[in-house]
Design a protein around this ligand. Structure first.
Ligand code: FAD
Length: 458
């Protein structure tokens, strides 16, 4: 039988979503190819979650050395080599990149190291190879790209998270601009590594969209750790000087620093893909419009992951990629449920979140019970560190179902993964209470919170 097209499926972008979709589709017998213009593995593996978390680990040792003293240790002179961290990080990323390539090859997926763009609904042009290939189905999984405000004079002197992973030396001073999770995480990383760090955010409070209590508690903690947090503030101009860069702020004040990293959001990566040529519909921000099965308005073209701007997280891109392949190549329609997404912010202290904020729960459910606690973790009774742990349960007053859990403290990301199971299953406050506490842990608070929080009387 001759095929009408070169491939059953052509995937543009070998990141979290594209790789998963390619492998699953190939596993169902499809002839699959994927094009990648940078490095197989995509943002998460190459310049996102993985190297970021390695940096977070690196940045936590300074506190660990200090804290050890309270437990009787004398830590000798310490020193830190940024160059060594970068080299070891790069080695690990190379290893993972190799695994991703092998996994695709072992699944029978053809890899094109090239930028790919659309020519028509079934034709893809491979720029590096200067040739076209055809496919029955096309999956766009091109992810997102850092957004830097082009209108700020001197913005070319600023960097994004992409470059932050490859700084040649560790600067003495730095500014991170933004209030989202990437900004907050990088501010913590630089601060922990001893960089004099300012975090500049134009809004009133960092982490828009997160629970208000978490936003307040984290703001307080990062200030305690020495991050110079400026809210309601923005940079209007950047100038390069012999000593570094100078940022002019909205109020006219100037800060001299060594680097400015923007983490002011990510845009769907659609530029130059020629979507308009094929008639694929996008939203105002460029995100590709898809239905619950990741199908675009052009029936044989699908899109998954950050480029669709549903929830820009690796596990979601992976799920969407998997669901697409199941739906299209295994005749088993699967729609990803985006309603409950456990997630972590690797700030210092760390956050773990699942379900609704108090604000959203009140809007959707009306009467809500709130349980919350803030305390100093046991470890810090010995270290003297004033860091607080915070935990909050948002409960539907009528059904007693736990709608949201919001944590700040060590290992919150690890804790929330397990709590996420209970919340996804629809556990009630009573079921949390029936669960025997694990003692002594911080998370035992989650099953021993008795008193409903009452707003203070005016
Ligand atoms: P990507 O992984 O971005 O893959 C898209 C790929 O397509 C890229 O490799 C790109 O080079 C390629 N590409 C683009 N255009 C073309 C083209 N025309 N031709 C060929 N190839 C092309 N998520 C979490 O869940 N947890 C975290 O802790 C976390 N931390 C993050 C930290 C940072 C600094 C960043 C930037 C992101 C982080 N994320 C995190 C988000 C996560 O990385 C993304 O949600 C995830 O990678 C999205 O996967 P994707 O498949 O949609 O796209």
């Amino acid at each position: 039988m001759t095929r009408a097209y070169d491939y059953d499926l052509f995937v543009i972008g070998a990141g979290s979503g594209g790789v998963r979709a390619s492998r699953i589709a190939a596993g169902h017998g499809a002839k699959v190819a994927v094009a990648e213009e940078y490095r197989v593995g995509g943002t998460c593996v190459i310049r996102g979650c993985v190297p970021k978390k390695l940096f977070v680990y690196a940045s936590q040792f300074a506190e660990e050395f200090e804290d050890a003293e309270g437990f009787g240790w004398t830590v000798g002179e310490t020193s830190f080599s940024w160059e060594k961290l970068i080299a070891n990080k790069d080695k690990e990323i190379d290893r993972l990149n190799g695994i991703y390539i092998r996994n695709l090859q072992n699944s029978g997926v053809a890899i094109f190291q090239s930028r790919a763009i659309l020519k028509d609904a079934h034709t893809i042009h491979l720029i590096a190879e200067k040739r076209d290939v055809t496919a029955d189905k096309i999956l766009i999984a091109t992810g997102g790209t850092p957004f830097l405000p082009a209108h700020v004079p001197g913005i070319e002197h600023a960097i994004s998270s992409n470059e932050a992973f490859h700084l040649k030396t560790l600067p003495r001073r730095g500014i991170v601009v933004g209030g989202g999770y990437i900004a907050v995480e990088f501010a913590g990383i630089f601060n922990g590594l001893g960089v004099e760090t300012a975090l500049i955010y134009r809004g009133e409070k960092i982490l828009r969209g997160f629970d208000e209590d978490l936003r307040d508690h984290l703001s307080e903690e990062i200030r305690k750790k020495g991050i110079d947090l400026h809210t309601m503030c923005d940079i209007t101009r950047i100038e390069k000087t012999d000593a570094g860069v100078v940022a002019t702020l909205v109020d006219g004040a100037k800060i001299e620093t060594d680097f400015i990293m923007y983490a002011t959001g990510r845009s769907p990566n659609v530029e130059g893909l020629c979507l308009e040529l094929v008639g694929v519909k996008t939203k105002a921000n460029g995100a590709i419009e898809v239905d619950a099965y990741s199908q675009t308005n052009v029936p044989n073209i699908y899109a998954v992951g950050d480029v669709t701007d549903r929830a820009a997280l690796t596990p979601i891109a992976i799920r969407e990629g998997q669901a697409f392949a199941e739906t299209v190549f295994n005749n088993n329609p699967v729609a990803v449920d985006h309603s409950i997404i456990p997630t972590a912010v690797f700030s210092q202290p760390e956050l773990g979140i699942v379900g609704l904020t108090e604000h959203d729960a009140r809007e959707q459910y009306g009467e809500i019970d709130i349980y919350k606690t803030s305390f100093r973790a046991m470890k810090h009774t010995m270290t003297g560190r004033q860091e607080k742990t915070f935990m909050k349960l948002v409960v539907d007053a009528k059904s007693q179902r736990v709608l949201g859990v919001h944590l700040m403290g060590p290992s919150s990301g690890e804790i929330i993964q397990a709590v996420g199971i209970a919340v996804t299953m629809g556990a009630t406050k009573q079921q949390f209470d029936q669960t025997v506490a694990v003692h002594p842990t911080a998370s035992e608070e989650l099953v021993t919170l008795k008193e409903k929080w009452q707003p203070p009387a005016d």
